[in-house]
Write a protein that binds this ligand. Structure first.
Ligand code: SF4
Length: 339
């Protein structure tokens, strides 16, 4: 680690100004991923701007339209256990609790969750080439160890996946990210926040320099009656998803009126395909219906060797999770619906 200066900001404007003043600055909140990156010698900030004193970003408040505003500095644990989140957005609560460990969830913030970086093995190995860490140096994962890597939305420059669980639920819920920056405030729809690698895998998201996430806004409805989050991983504890699925739908006369399906662990961003969600409208929530949706979602999926299995795993996960969403109260670790 390098020597660095430490500042504590009193207001969002002061924090933004302090970061804008020095190109090698970082905001720090929970620090759970930043410290990893620093210890692995992948980042060397000159200046840390501590935003933990910004009390206005530490609340969860109801919005006039019936939605819910999650402050960027509320911890993942406090969000998952908040009474309104548990009651109205249980899909989000379940997804958060599927991620990391209790200690990390206590420290990690909502804003930081959106900004965590890929867990690609080569990215964390400073001795390896990596287009995301060192643009133009190559992507050894394409021909190398790629068990955790993308089957959708990859590019010739990078096949990394975005590792968050929380964000998969936020994608299904169609959250909106509120940000503030040197030029004022703006909002970004969740589907536009994380980007595909394309020719610039070094850029994970669409934040502009020195912008600060201030909140994540949830819409009024959160699929409480019919939702499920399924995370499949190598061990049922602290591990990132091989494939995860967030499913929510509304039923009317025993058929699907509206559906949302988002996948994690398969692409550089939480993955949604609106054509698959549209196909489900008017259909009964059966294995056959979810299988048809899975066919659309995975139509362009491609493996890179070690991760070929993810295509079939994702297909089965979409079907299983759709059926689990029919009866959320029955969900428990290892619950298996009959297909
Ligand atoms: Fe780097 Fe992306 Fe390739 Fe991993 S997949 S080595 S992050 S360029």
């Amino acid at each position: 680690m390098n020597n660095f200066k430490y500042l504590k900001a009193d207001t969002p404007a002061a924090a933004i100004a302090a970061v804008a003043d020095n190109a090698a600055s970082n905001f720090v909140a929970g620090g759970t991923n930043l410290i990893d990156l620093w210890k692995y010698d992948l980042t060397h900030p000159d200046r840390l701007v501590d935003i933990n004193g910004l009390s206005e970003l530490k609340t969860i408040t109801e919005l006039p339209d019936g939605g819910l505003r999650l402050g960027a500095l509320v911890s993942n644990a406090a969000t998952a256990h908040h009474a309104i989140v548990r009651e109205r957005y249980p899909l989000l609560s379940r997804a958060i609790l599927a991620g990391a460990t209790a200690q990390i969830r206590n420290s990690a913030t909502n804003g930081g969750n959106l900004l965590q970086r890929t867990r690609c093995y080569y990215f964390y190995d400073a001795a390896s080439p990596c287009n995301k860490r060192n643009p133009g140096s190559g992507c050894p994962a394409i021909e190398g160890h790629n068990r955790l890597h993308a089957i959708l939305g990859y590019s010739q420059k990078c096949i990394a996946v975005f590792p968050s669980d929380m964000c998969v639920a936020l994608a299904a819920l169609e959250a909106v990210v509120q940000v503030a920056g040197p030029d004022g405030s703006r909002e970004i729809s969740f589907s536009d926040f994380h980007r595909l690698p394309g020719d610039h895998p070094e850029r994970d998201n669409t934040l502009q320099p020195n912008e600060l996430i201030t909140s994540i806004d949830l819409p009024p409805t959160g699929f409480a009656p019919h939702h499920s989050y399924l995370k499949l991983r190598d061990r049922n504890s602290y591990a990132f998803a091989l494939v995860s699925v967030a499913t929510g739908f509304e039923l009317e006369n025993k058929t699907i009126k509206r559906a949302r399906i988002a996948l994690g662990g398969v692409a550089h961003q939480p993955w949604r395909v609106s054509a698959a969600e549209d196909l489900l409208v008017g259909k009964a929530p059966t294995a056959q219906s979810f299988g048809q949706a899975a066919g659309i979602i995975l139509a362009n999926a491609k493996g890179f060797g070690h991760n070929d299995f993810k295509i079939e795993l994702a297909r089965r996960a979409i079907i299983r999770n759709g059926l689990m969403a029919l009866n959320p109260s029955s969900q428990r670790p290892g619950a298996q619906p009959s297909l």
